[in-house]
Design a protein around this ligand. Structure first.
Ligand code: NAD
Length: 512
């Protein structure tokens, strides 16, 4: 992989151009694996948000972007997919050095999904019911009725640091597919790949259709979410911030999609194939050092299998190789920051204090060549109860809680006993049992004998406090449209109109 040399400067991306922040300020982006400074990024303020929103507003209101025919729009989406492929190496590099994603995952998973997402959206656009004709109905008499689906307008997208470029595309692709314009605010740890992505996309869309403002969430995130010229908010991040976003968006009644946190239950049933369930469960929790919203952090194991499962989990975890995520041999990369590392370590402390048994990991790690990086050993606790802090709160780090159960009904209840409902998983060889349990789990996705398998044609999102709405799949297009009913009466005679009878029965004309 080509390595960028020296510290780069990244301006904002507004109206199809790179632009410095109005206030001239910048902030630093560090590599979480090495602590090195990799970029100075423009720190936007409210004036920049104003400029970006106005640019998106003008591109929506004053250009023909929103009215492009589906065929042309699909062509543009294919062109974006192509551009992403052309710039794949740079995007993967930026993602790896800023978010700590292993280069193996960013290249094989994230990039592939991003390219495919734009192609999938192009396919959906061609089939999308932009105008539906309703059948005739006895009331209110003969009429032509259409349901039109139209773009919403200016969308504000706010994204987290854990999978920044993939999550940005979950918002950009459906927004553009439906003819909207967008202003994106990435997390301050990881703005680089999103800025690059906007530049790439701007080659095939008019100026102002895609804009990126970088800077603190509290300041510019809030300004964006409450801006009166923004029509829709698409947020991915913590449940706590999601609540603030929802309340800020309510000021102007904005259409809002929220993808929030999780504490996903992963259930091994008694008949599971452990050769699959053990590595699958570890993949479910330790991918990206556990910093994924859908991570399977609560592993429910039947009494009968408990000791064997724990022994095998620990043995396999010890084979995982931590290292610099740019190294192809690395299995486990860093966590995003010193602050995040300390937060994870405090949860590990709480687990021990509340009586869970630490059977693997539990400490910070020093990786040779990455001494200034933020690494934590993949950690496993047993003797966890569903009431403990480590089983209730989202740790967002490589920490697995193993919880015992004896009956299937009991485990379903425990699995659902959480404020979250993003993902769930079941390991079994009995497909009927799998579907019966899947029906009872209150989660937006249920994986059977698998984990993390997101598809661009399948919806993703949460039940309960894991969010509102769905991304990807056809459902995501609906979330970026307004629905308009258009009615044309075909009743020629005034007196036969139903409304005339209702209001004008006493008028002269009514009598006539
Ligand atoms: P976060 O909520 O701290 O920040 C997310 C984004 O919101 C960032 O861009 C941040 O700058 C911005 N922000 C912060 N405060 C804001 C405010 N007051 N107003 C507007 N914007 C504000 O989340 P994070 O730490 O970046 O990411 C981790 C969280 O994201 C975890 O909880 C994880 O579960 C969640 N997540 C969810 C999904 C999903 O699809 N459900 C996917 C990935 C991550």
């Amino acid at each position: 992989m080509t390595v960028q040399v020296g510290v780069q400067s990244y301006p904002l991306f507004i109206d199809g151009k790179r632009q410095p922040a109005a206030g001239g300020e910048t902030f630093e982006v560090l590599n979480p694996a090495t602590g090195e400074l990799i970029a100075n990024v423009a720190k936007a303020g409210e004036a920049d948000v104003e400029k970006a929103v106005q640019s998106a507003r003008d591109a929506f209101d004053k250009t023909d972007w929103k009215g492009l025919p589906p065929k042309e729009r699909a062509k543009r989406l294919h062109a974006i997919a192509h551009e992403i492929k052309v710039h794949a190496q740079e995007l993967v590099y930026l993602e790896t050095v800023s978010s700590g994603a292993t280069v193996r995952r960013a290249a094989a998973n994230d990039l592939t999904l991003m390219v495919d997402l734009f192609k999938t959206m192009a396919k959906f656009v061609l089939d999308y019911p932009f105008s539906e004709t309703l059948p005739s109905a006895p009331f209110p008499g003969p009429s032509h009725n259409f349901v039109w689906r139209e773009p919403i307008g200016v969308c504000a997208a706010i994204t987290p640091w854990n999978m920044p470029m993939l999550i940005a595309t979950w918002k950009i692709a459906p927004a553009l597919a439906m003819g909207n314009t967008i202003v994106i605010k990435p997390a301050s740890y990881t703005p680089l790949s999103t800025l690059k992505l906007a530049e790439i996309i701007s080659k095939v869309v008019p100026p102002g259709v895609i804009n990126v403002v970088t800077g603190p969430g509290k300041e510019i995130g809030e300004a964006l979410v409450s801006h009166p010229k923004v029509d829709k908010v698409a947020f991915t991040g913590s449940t706590e911030v999601g609540k603030t976003i929802m309340s800020l968006a309510s000021g102007t009644i904005k259409n809002t999609t929220l993808e929030l946190g999780g504490k996903s239950p992963n259930i091994i049933l008694e008949d599971a194939d452990l050769d699959l369930a053990i590595p699958g469960s570890l993949f479910g929790v330790f991918l990206h050092s556990g910093q994924l919203c859908e991570s399977g952090t609560r592993l429910f194991v039947p009494d009968k299998l408990h000791d064997e499962v724990v022994k095998r989990l620990v043995a396999l975890t010890k084979t995982l190789k931590p290292g610099n995520p740019l190294d192809q041999a690395t299995d486990i990369g860093p966590v995003i920051s010193k602050k995040q590392k300390e937060s994870i370590l405090s949860y590990i402390k709480a687990g021990k204090k509340e009586g869970a048994t630490l059977v693997c990991g539990g400490k910070e790690l020093t990786v040779p060549g990455c001494e200034e990086g933020h690494f934590i050993e993949p950690t496993i606790f047993t003797d966890v109860t569903n009431e403990m802090t480590i089983a209730r709160e989202e740790i967002f780090g490589p920490v697995l809680s193993v919880i015992r159960y004896s009956e299937v009904d009991e485990v379903v209840e425990l699995a659902n006993d959480t404020i979250y409902g993003l993902a769930a998983g079941i390991w079994t060889q009995d497909v009927n049992q799998a579907y019966a349990v899947a029906r009872k789990l209150r989660a937006g996705v249920v994986w059977i004998n698998d984990w993390h398998m997101l598809r661009n044609d399948a919806p993703f999102g949460g039940y309960k406090q894991s969010g509102i709405g769905r991304e990807m799949g056809k459902h995501s297009l609906d979330a970026y449209t307004q629905v308009k009913h258009v009615h044309t009466s075909m009743v020629p005679d005034l007196h036969k109109r139903s409304w005339y009878q209702i209001l004008f029965s006493n008028s002269e004309q009514g009598e006539g």
